[in-house]
Design a protein around this ligand. Sequence first.
Ligand SMILES: Cc1cc2nc3c(=O)[nH]c(=O)nc-3n(C[C@H](O)[C@H](O)[C@H](O)COP(=O)(O)OP(=O)(O)OC[C@H]3O[C@@H](n4cnc5c(N)ncnc54)[C@H](O)[C@@H]3O)c2cc1C
Length: 397
Amino acid sequence: MSIKRADVIVIGAGLVGSSAAYFLSKEGLKVVVLEKNAVGSGTSGHAPASLGLSLHYTEPPVLGEMSRWGSQQTMELAPAVAQETGIDVHFKMHPYFILAFSPQAWQEIRRLAPLQNLDYELLTPAECYQREPQLNREVEVYGALWVHWAARVDAYRLNLALARAAEQQGAQFLTRTVTALVKEGGKVAGVLTSNGEPILSDKVVLAMGVWTPDAAKWLGIPLPVHAIKGEQLLLEYDGPPILDAHWHGWGISSPPMSHLLITRRGNSYVLGTTGGPSNETYVFDNTTRPEAEHAIISFATRLLPCLKAATVAGRLTGPQPIPDDGLPILGPVPDLDGVYVIAGNPGVQCCASWGKLARDLVIGRPLAYSLKPFLPERFTKPVQAKHGLLAVGRGRL
Ligand SMILES: Cc1cc2nc3c(=O)[nH]c(=O)nc-3n(C[C@H](O)[C@H](O)[C@H](O)COP(=O)(O)OP(=O)(O)OC[C@H]3O[C@@H](n4cnc5c(N)ncnc54)[C@H](O)[C@@H]3O)c2cc1C
């Protein structure tokens, strides 16, 4: 199919690009999404996703507000697109159970929790053992945070549902690798693709996840997004069910295994870590390191000895798009009108709000929150502080 012109071009059909296409096509715009591989083939197809409070996205306050607002939007959008498309996105309200394994982690959790202004409980060690009697009493737990307002969703299925819903509204998804931007004066005029055909548009949304640095070359500006490994194992386990929550462990060990996640899905459990090594070459690396697998299993079975009876049924590893300072990159690029970047974490939580942001930027509507801390131009100066997962990955806990 040959398309010569669009109202807006979206590069990337991950969650962010598909959400942008969904909200833009809802406005009646002619939207073309260019994806070099397949819908959901990037990070979005490799993430177990939780929505709601993520303590490591609490600071600075603008990040906390953005991630809380983003979660709320995605909690509304996920069931709605599931209904629109008939794709079950496995959305479920699902509490967070954040355990502290060191006095410092417990202190930090108690400091951060009230900042999020959410419905939560602080649990004593005895209450943790009461909630989950299979918890190993030989592992020292200092307390836990139980957050009611949280949910989970299958990021890949949500990605597919958003793409389908966008298509139903008229958006066109094409398999093309974008190789350059077409520029006219100080404005964007379209893109060039690997099959040599230009597609013209005066609005381009870059939703390229860990590949955002490719666009930096086209633009001649720094857009430093690192690909930081998140490694996960899928366990099958038929023993007595483990407390159905999204478990986090803080203060477990130093990086690269900065914290452990356990999510229950029926008789399957996803165990994972975030904050593994950074891949600076932007090659999509979804191999699970044996040392990470060993660390995940050994900690999980120390925490919950019953999991020794579980078998590894699969591995799911993906690169998380983390900009140099840990904050997402959101907004227009400097010196070239019509190009907008939306990249970073937490991209599942925020996919709905970032899709709306893309719409508002393209249409020129007032924005729901200030983009000042997130603008692409900040990387023309040296980065002062690290936030989000990078703050955790630095070993603060
Ligand atoms: C293990 C793990 C756990 C996570 N947990 C959570 C969580 O609990 N909550 C949360 O909110 N987030 C979580 N994340 C992060 C979240 O998954 C990402 O922030 C989100 O998926 C990023 O979506 P995206 O659309 O920006 O990127 P992607 O899904 O990677 O999409 C980018 C797309 O752009 C395409 N592309 C790139 N370059 C080009 C080009 N030149 N031409 C055409 N197409 C191109 C790629 O092929 C790709 O499909 C997790 C990530 C991992 C790996």
